[in-house]
Design a protein around this ligand. Structure first.
Ligand code: MLT
Length: 237
């Protein structure tokens, strides 16, 4: 049983990873938004490359809702931005959502042909751990931010690995996974203060998204595992 961590989604794979379950991670904020949207009843969330593609889908399926950001801000004419707290307390029952973001949706699209693609974030971490316990090999994919390493994505990997290894320490970790786990172990309770100092957290706070940052760093708010099929992400039942 192996765990591999890509610290940036476009890292080259040394070998075919067909036997791996892939977890896409963009803590701030795409993976947290997808998890929140689906937890509030949406039938699917379809990640797309850019706003033009989202608008093309809207022409074909007029009742879809459009969500997405450029430079963290809602795209003009879209129903929502990429703010998880915007979706809270909204009844999205049976709604279909098309989402485009700077990094997270691109990380998904780069891996959409992998055998099983899931979404991971702090909001669903324990439910995800329970699901992953039965899987042979796991690939953790950090989206990063504008092509650069993201502290919050990487430390989420460490936290996930820590939880996976509580019951099963026989995983073989690659170097990035070992480092992520070691950092989380060494940080202990200081993890949350440290993670709040990340670059993207600060950018979001400067753009008035402090509530999103605090929300995205909460564990176990939702008990779902989003998985990708041809239509988009749906809730695993
Ligand atoms: C992204 O996918 O690039 C992020 O979620 C950006 C954001 O904070 O909205």
């Amino acid at each position: 049983m192996r765990i591999r961590t890509k610290v940036l989604y476009y890292e080259r794979e040394k070998e075919p990873l067909n036997e791996y379950t892939t977890v896409i991670i963009d803590i701030l904020r795409a993976s947290s938004s997808i998890t929140t949207i689906l937890s509030n009843g949406a039938s699917w969330v379809k990640p797309v490359e850019n706003s033009n593609e989202a608008l093309r889908i809207k022409e074909k399926i007029p009742d879809v809702l459009l969500a997405g950001e450029i430079n963290a801000l809602r795209i003009k004419g879209f129903d929502f931005g990429n703010s998880p707290t915007e979706f809270l307390n909204k009844d999205l029952s049976n709604k279909k959502v098309v989402l485009t973001t700077t990094n997270g949706t691109k990380a998904v699209l780069t891996h959409s042909n992998n055998s099983e693609v899931l979404i991971g974030c702090f909001l669903n971490i324990n439910t995800l751990v329970d699901y992953l316990k039965n899987k042979e090999h796991i690939l953790l994919v950090c989206s990063g931010s504008h092509g650069e390493f993201s502290l919050e994505d990487f430390l989420f990997c460490g936290r996930l690995i820590e939880k996976l290894m509580i019951n099963n320490s026989i995983y073989v970790l690659d170097d990035a996974s070992k480092l992520a786990l070691r950092m989380v172990n060494e940080l202990g309770n200081d993890l949350w203060n440290f993670i709040k100092g990340s670059m993207h957290a600060n950018t979001l706070i400067s753009k008035n998204f402090k509530r999103d940052v605090e929300f995205c760093f909460r564990e176990n708010v939702f008990e779902i595992v989003p998985f990708l099929d041809e239509e988009g992400f749906k809730v695993k039942t």
